[in-house]
Design a protein around this ligand. Structure first.
Ligand code: GTP
Ligand code: GTP
Length: 442
């Protein structure tokens, strides 16, 4: 399923963060059990009425001078144009219309992306409404008065946003071809990998027109089977500011991961695995995607017979929250193990949508419980009644118990391991929901 992406663009201090938080509510993407994934408010899942979309905040750091403000805004606007389906251009009624606003409005207009012009800090409609009309001069449509802080006008603004969603963006994709996103921090070799995959063994390559985003998805046929690579290479943008570059690589990753079944997280072997890798990995993890960790530039590493184990251990340590991920050591330059990459994609896709029958699951559960007694607290012991798989992508299970407070994380992990021992599920996370059921109900 693909979700539309909405970006907020605006000058510093117009209230982007405030609006972002209001729209995101509790849905700011945070993974509690993911060490190293900081609480960057870069993106969030938003639900409005029956609509679901990903919200991104393109702004980040505080520029010092006016010149920098403008160049930064251009940069932000470009990111939004590259990645979003609808752009919210936020201005500030109290500062009024400024030159930088007009310049950014020009850029947005030329991009032909749908733009919703919101004029913020209209805390009092009677008082400020006349000032809102000034923003008509930007020539990008009707200015909508809002107040992030007082939560005014937000509904009307969102109505205007969702009006721009196309039926294709809202429909579930029926396309059966595996969709693969290649993500990673800057310079790890993502573009090289895509290029190599395209060039390798006279693959059949065609561009698929009419995709939802400007990024062109590329179909690659490998051994007779089609795969769609969500190509973010077109979104490359070099920026001198490190923080901005990292933010951008996260936005890139979010928008690509959203549309993918399998995510290839590329790590640079010459640098080793870092916190920034963990951050990007967290995006795929929290969205329950199939995951392959591709350690690239393997050709450039001096190796002994222990090197692979050392790298594997280090990755397992830093990316401890995704111990299920497959790891592959590759070289985009020499093409080393790229055939293996396709094999792995197939395996991960299969596991990601694997269904286990309730009967078999309960046999495993009964056996697991017999081997290791469930935890108890104050004389009351956890009882597991029944378990069933409710969905796939990722495989999701519901366990019915007597008292969910008694289900410890460690016991849940134990059950997960038992399920993995039996079915593998390599490359995919598993989701569990614990439900209570009264003893007499069962
Ligand atoms: N009066 C009023 N003030 C607001 C409103 N929304 C935000 N503010 C204030 O405007 C200031 C800037 O808000 P932020 O949300 O941090 O603005 P921002 O655009 O994210 O700023 P940067 O992070 O610098 O880009 C803060 O002092 C907010 O309290 C509003 O609706 N009304
Ligand atoms: N030795 C070696 N170098 C590689 C390999 N893959 C990529 N590189 C080099 O790494 C550098 C970065 O590669 P890119 O493909 O541009 O990396 P990227 O991840 O797309 O970079 P951004 O677009 O900035 O995010 C280039 O100089 C490549 O030649 C590899 O397998 N081995």
């Amino acid at each position: 399923m693909s979700k539309p992406v909405v970006a907020i663009v605006g000058r510093p201090n117009v209230g982007k963060s405030t609006l972002f938080n209001v729209l995101a509510g509790d849905n700011i993407a945070i993974v509690k059990d993911t060490p190293g994934v900081t609480r960057d408010r870069i993106y969030a899942d938003v639900n409005w009425l029956d609509y679901h979309f990903t919200l991104i905040d393109t702004g980040g750091i505080e520029p010092e001078s006016k010149d920098i403000i403008l160049s930064q805004m251009r940069e932000q606007a470009q990111i939004a144009i590259d990645t979003a389906d609808v752009i919210i251009f936020l201005t500030d009624v109290r500062q009024g219309l400024v030159d930088a606003d007009a310049k950014v409005a020009d850029m947005l207009r030329r991009s032909h992306k749908p733009v919703v012009l919101a004029v913020n800090k209209v805390d009092n409609f009677d008082k400020f409404l006349p000032d809102v009309y000034e923003f008509y001069n930007l020539g990008i449509g009707e200015p909508m008065p809002v107040s992030g802080a007082s939560r005014l006008g937000i509904g009307d603004m969102l109505d205007a946003v969702v009006e721009h969603f196309t039926p294709e963006q809202l429909e579930q994709e029926e396309d059966e071809r595996p969709r693969i996103a290649i993500v990673g921090k800057p310079n790890v070799g993502k573009s090289s990998l895509i290029n190599k995959l395209l060039g390798e063994k006279r693959l059949l390559v065609s561009d698929i027109a009419g995709t939802t985003r400007d990024a062109v998805d590329t179909e690659v046929t490998w051994e007779g089977k089609p795969y769609v690579f969500i190509d973010t290479a077109g979104l490359r943008r070099k920026n001198k500011i490190k923080e901005e570059l990292e933010r951008y690589s996260i936005i890139r990753a979010v928008t690509a991961v959203e549309r993918a079944d399998v995510v290839i997280l590329v790590i640079d072997a010459t640098e080793g695995v870092t916190e920034q890798d963990a951050k990007i990995a967290g995006i795929a993890h929290e969205r329950g995607k199939g995951i392959i960790i591709a350690v690239n530039k393997w050709d450039a590493v001096e190796k002994t017979d222990k090197t692979i184990y050392e790298y594997t251990n280090r990755i397992r340590e830093v990316l401890a929250f995704m111990s299920y991920a497959e790891i592959l050591f590759i070289s985009a330059q020499t093409g080393q193990r790229l055939p293996k990459l396709f094999e792995m994609i197939d395996v991960v896709i299969e596991n990601h949508s694997l269904r286990v029958s309730t009967g078999v699951l309960n046999e495993i559960m009964t056996e697991a419980v017999a081997l290791q007694q469930p935890p108890s607290d104050k004389g009351k012991r956890l009882k597991l009644y029944y378990m069933t798989q409710v969905s796939v992508k990722p495989p999701t299970f519901v366990i019915f118990v007597n008292d969910k407070e008694l289900m410890h994380f460690s016991y849940q992990r134990y059950l997960e391991n038992k399920i993995r021992e039996a079915f593998g599920f390599r490359g995919t996370s598993l989701k569990f929901f614990i439900r209570e059921r009264k003893e007499k109900d069962q």
